[in-house]
Ligand binder design. Structure first.
Ligand SMILES: NC(=O)c1ccc[n+]([C@@H]2O[C@H](COP(=O)([O-])OP(=O)(O)OC[C@H]3O[C@@H](n4cnc5c(N)ncnc54)[C@H](OP(=O)(O)O)[C@@H]3O)[C@@H](O)[C@H]2O)c1
Length: 359
């Protein structure tokens, strides 16, 4: 039930939790902007679709020379992002835990665009060993890598643990993507140096990140919570996605690397992530609120904007919603928190991988 309220609130205050501290006037203005789909400084708004964004960007950059990895592309926002990028000529690599589902998606994309280049590979983001295996296999292909979209995500109502004995939401949404980024970063830096095309990493976060209170953001509790609450675990993982983007952006700037990393809130879209909440009440709420939800194509627009837009060139460590840069919570902006989380995660992964996978 708690999750239903979270989605409903997120719908009723569309752009929104991060601006609760602002004046009523600003909240009303932002809500009206969202509802009317009024374009922001980028020229896009809440009603812009991934197709529109990618089409406009493709007039300015040539996506034919790009290779992208998109996680969680077997359904929802990721599937639409993959379809739209592939249509523009981007070579798309889809790591998936369900290869049959991935093959169906590939078939669908290629039916629409016979020339689309799609590469499928197996990954279970909740398993560090599986992420490591995928990265080793991808790197062995010798392909360039321009875009990495860390899109996969789960919302779990019940407490579950990954094979590494880490709470499942945190393991899937954050830890798996942390290791994926870590192992692919050097290839992205090399590609950017060799091609002169800036590499871009996009972490899918959520506006719900701003629900997390500082005193509740404890690394050990996220790994193995005492009192599990699905909404809180999801919000914490989404906060971790932003902090990750902030810290990697800082490190990339210090190295003068030609790679950027940003976090995005895609908007509220009725996708598989809420399939666990099927039922009369949830369905009724979504039916009533359906006019306020984004379509999947609108939900994929911000990822496509940050991945392709020339206006996003050079922007790193920022948070986007509705294809425009926006504010995240004070905690998500805390540089020392981002560094602390990065160090703790790195130490944990080193310990686990040494233990499980002999080098
Ligand atoms: N929908 C929204 O309203 C909303 C709002 C804010 C943020 N977001 C974020 O947007 C992103 C995409 O969400 P969505 O709404 O498109 O969800 P979705 O339709 O449920 O898609 C989630 C994707 O993640 C994949 N995935 C889940 N666990 C995995 C694992 N262990 N290993 C590999 N892949 C795994 C799923 O694969 P399977 O097909 O095998 O299940 C699926 O392809 C998520 O990060 C989510 O947090 C969504």
């Amino acid at each position: 039930m708690c999750a239903i309220y979270f989605f409903l609130l997120a719908i009723l205050l569309p752009c929104c939790f991060e601006i609760l501290s602002l004046s009523c006037c600003t909240i009303m203005k932002e809500t009206l902007r969202y509802l009317a789909g009024i374009a922001g400084p980028s020229g896009y708004g809440s009603k812009s679709t991934a197709e529109q964004v990618a089409e406009n960007c493709s007039c300015l950059v040539d996506p034919q020379h790009l290779t992208a990895i998109i996680t969680g592309a077997t359904s929802g926002i990721g599937a639409e992002t993959a379809r739209v990028l592939a249509k523009r000529g981007v070579r798309v690599v889809i790591p998936a835990r369900d290869l049959k589902k991935a093959a169906e998606l590939k078939e669908g994309i290629q039916r629409e665009n016979p020339n689309a280049e799609i590469i499928l590979s197996e990954i279970d983001l909740s398993s560090l060993a599986s992420v490591k295996r995928f990265c080793t296999e991808f790197l062995a292909l010798g392909l360039p890598l321009n875009i990495l979209i860390n899109n996969a995500g789960i919302f779990s109502q019940n407490l579950e643990f990954s094979e590494d004995k880490i709470e499942m939401t945190f393991a899937t949404n954050y830890l798996g993507h942390y290791l994926l980024t870590e192992m692919l970063l050097e290839r992205m830096i090399e590609t950017a140096e060799q091609t002169g095309i800036q590499g871009r990493i996009i972490n899918l976060s959520s506006v719900i990140h701003s629900w997390v209170k500082r005193e509740c953001f404890s690394f050990t509790q996220m790994l193995n919570p005492n009192n599990y609450n699905g909404t809180r675990a999801y919000a914490q993982s989404k906060l971790a996605n932003i902090l990750h983007a902030k810290e990697i952006a800082r490190q990339l700037k210090a190295k003068h690397a030609k790679v950027t990393i940003n976090a995005v809130h895609p908007g509220i879209v009725k996708t598989g992530i809420i399939r666990a909440h099927k039922g009369f009440i949830t369905d009724s709420i979504f039916f009533i609120a359906s006019k306020l939800l984004k379509s999947t194509s609108q939900g994929a627009s911000t990822s496509c904007y940050v991945a392709l837009s020339p206006q996003a060139q050079g922007i790193s460590g920022k948070y986007f919603a509705d294809c425009n840069e926006t504010n995240c919570s004070a905690l998500a902006n805390d540089e020392s928190e981002a560094q602390r989380l990065w160090r703790q995660t790195r130490a944990l992964i080193q310990r686990r991988l040494q233990h499980q996978i002999p080098c």
